[in-house]
Ligand binder design. Structure first.
Ligand SMILES: [Fe+2]
Length: 320
């Protein structure tokens, strides 16, 4: 291994969920909230084209809430700005550049989401809250069940409530991310039926795109080097690789001489299909080593590559 290679910069994101408060600049978040309040103001003066836009989504025993396309309530350029900020953040932190256009959802008294997962909808679900700071409702928390086998992990001792699940309040201007394979839902909202008091969120999914390349080399120029590294990694491992599932993302720097000078694991949510299996670490090390020994063309300067990879096949959205 080259002496200049460093793998010690911040560790990968491995948590099943992530909460980011104050995600957008406060003025901007407030202006989107003002758009929502303006939409519901003056109910006696509502027009069909502007206001008859809410889909009352009711799936017995599972989903009860109202949803729409956010640009029907918040100007399109603002939704676009939010989405671009989310995409930049996601690429930087997770190495994942695919962000779906969100839904805007409203949960008044009686609304909830039953437990489910979204394993085929994305790698992470995102929920960005525009719920008011003060509201005359309770509930509406995002529920994310704890990771692992909840039965086997609690054989010896009693457990309850947030020992079994995470409960994340829909705080104004808060972004919540969770692994789409995690079982999740939304606790029932009770109290006011005024839409102004509702749990109000923009939500969607994040997934991988191809490698993101900046600097001296083009994407096409780095592809053969990546392919070669991954082929070396896969050699002799074809029997075990199919037993793993999930995304991992790397960011590495290719020096002008075509060698990998630095690599960082940004995200690691790869799991063996068997709960508690400890075999992933050495495989990840081999994957890092394979990328470190990658050879790339000579170039006038450095190139930075963000490389998401997945085990267990691509996600597919409904209808694909
Ligand atoms: Fe979901």
């Amino acid at each position: 291994m080259d002496q200049t290679v460093s793998t010690s910069v911040p560790g990968p994101l491995t948590a099943p969920s992530l909460v980011v408060d104050d995600f957008m600049p406060l003025d901007f978040a407030r202006s989107m909230r003002a758009d929502i309040e303006a939409h519901f103001a003056n109910p006696m003066k509502h027009h069909a084209d502007i206001h008859q836009v809410w889909n009352y989504w009711f799936v017995p025993g599972l989903y009860t809430y109202l949803k729409t396309q956010p640009e029907k309530v918040i100007p399109h350029d603002k939704v676009e700005r939010f989405l671009q900020a989310l995409q930049r953040w996601s690429i930087d932190l997770l190495g994942l550049g695919g962000v779906t256009w969100p839904f805007l959802s409203l949960y008044v008294n009686g609304c909830s989401q039953g437990l489910h997962n979204d394993s085929k909808n994305g790698r992470f679900g995102f929920v960005y809250s525009l719920t008011p700071i003060e509201r005359r409702t309770q509930g509406g928390e995002t529920i994310v069940l704890r990771e692992g086998d909840l039965f086997r992990r609690n054989l010896q001792s009693p457990n309850a409530g947030t020992g079994l699940y995470e409960l994340i309040e829909p705080r104004f201007n808060r972004l919540v991310l969770f692994d789409d394979r995690m079982v999740h839902g939304v606790s029932r909202v009770s109290g006011s039926m005024d839409p102004i008091d509702a749990r109000c969120v923009m939500h969607g999914h994040i997934e991988e795109t191809g490698p993101l390349v900046t600097g001296a080399l083009s994407k096409d120029a780095v592809r053969p080097g990546i392919r070669g590294a991954l082929e070396r990694f896969a050699t002799g491992r074809t029997a075990i690789i199919p037993h793993f599932h999930g995304p991992i993302a790397f960011r590495f720097t290719i020096s002008a001489s075509g060698k990998v000078a630095q690599i960082r694991v940004l995200l690691d949510r790869v799991f063996h299909e068997q709960d508690g299996h400890g075999g992933w670490e050495p495989i990840r090390t081999s994957l890092v080593d394979s990328l470190l020994s990658g050879t790339f063309p000579l170039a006038p300067g450095e190139t930075i590559v963000t490389l998401p990879m997945t085990f267990g096949g691509p996600v597919r959205r409904p209808g694909d």
